[in-house]
Write a protein that binds this ligand. Structure first.
Ligand code: NAP
Length: 251
């Protein structure tokens, strides 16, 4: 077995996850590009292999324990034991509280929180065995509260508590856990929000940029850079932290 480190990035068919997967591959890791549909991962995988990196596509629903177990076994067989995990898969089901259905609540909590729990649980054994690991969880500025996102903001605040607990439990095994809380990042997720509120995406981005201190919206590469830092060897003394990557301060 090679000594190349193995990473799993969930929700990596597109958007932030694809950006993180490409960056970790460029950093020298073998990357399992995991998403609901393995076929949808083809673009990310070929971008990585085209640049001389190593990647495989893995289909799994992170909210389902059996699906996650099978996916992690596949990664172990094809790439080796995963010691870097980026819990990025996510969905939106926005609505004001009085209109939000129980299904919309459960779906969002299921992908973000149960998904991160399932993935972390399935991967931690490999990290503990290796005496080294890095878990990076995607939170959001919505963790601070956001109109129309009772489900999503609860999930993203939950990701922060989950991260801190993993840091406390797994630190003794050489495993760190940290969270990235992005602000506005231009992806299909934010494009879908623009469509839902009936604003052209370019106008939506322009309005958002005007409110951001650095006067631009974010890119998947901005998040990938932070994930690369958390996953790095040198970040071993950084654990249980939340970095807001939002073009300005948040609290
Ligand atoms: P995106 O473009 O919608 O990509 C999310 C990916 O996750 C999609 O490929 C989606 O697959 C996949 N996915 C959804 N449910 C899944 C499941 N159950 N199992 C496996 N994969 C699943 O979103 P993004 O903007 O890149 O966001 C990535 C992460 O960053 C999310 O956690 C999001 O909440 C967070 N975030 C984003 C922003 C932003 O401004 N974009 C800001 C803060 C935080 P399908 O296409 O098949 O649904």
């Amino acid at each position: 077995m090679s000594t190349q480190k193995v990473a799993i990035v969930t929700g990596a068919a597109r958007g932030i996850g694809a950006g993180v997967a490409k960056r970790l591959a460029a950093d020298g890791l073998a990357v399992a590009v995991l998403d609901l549909d393995a076929g949808a991962c083809a673009d990310t995988v070929s971008a990585i292999t085209g640049d001389g990196g190593k990647a495989i596509a893995v289909g799994a629903d992170v909210s389902k324990e059996e699906s996650v177990k099978a996916a992690v076994e596949k990664v172990v067989e094809e790439l080796g034991p995963p010691t870097v995990l980026v819990n990025n898969a996510g969905i939106l089901r926005d609505n004001l509280l009085f209109k939000m259905s129980v299904d919309d609540w459960d779906a969002v909590l299921g992908v973000h929180l149960r998904g991160a729990f399932n993935m972390s649980k399935a991967c931690q054994k490999h990290m503990v065995d290796a005496g080294w690991g890095r878990i990076v969880n995607l939170s959001s500025t919505s963790a601070l509260g956001n109109r129309g996102q009772a489900n999503y903001s609860a999930a993203k605040a939950g990701m922060q508590g989950f991260t801190k607990t993993l840091a406390i439990e797994l630190g003794q095994f050489g495993v760190t856990a940290n969270a990235i809380a992005p602000g506005f990042i231009a992806t299909e997720m934010t494009a879908a929000t623009a469509e839902r509120v009936g604003v052209p995406f370019e106008d939506f981005k322009k309005a958002a940029a005007a409110e951001i201190p650095v006067q631009r919206t974010g890119l998947p590469e901005d998040i990938a850079h932070t994930a690369s830092f958390f996953a790095s060897e040198g970040a071993g003394f950084v654990s249980g932290q939340v970095i807001y990557v939002a073009g300005g301060p948040k609290d």
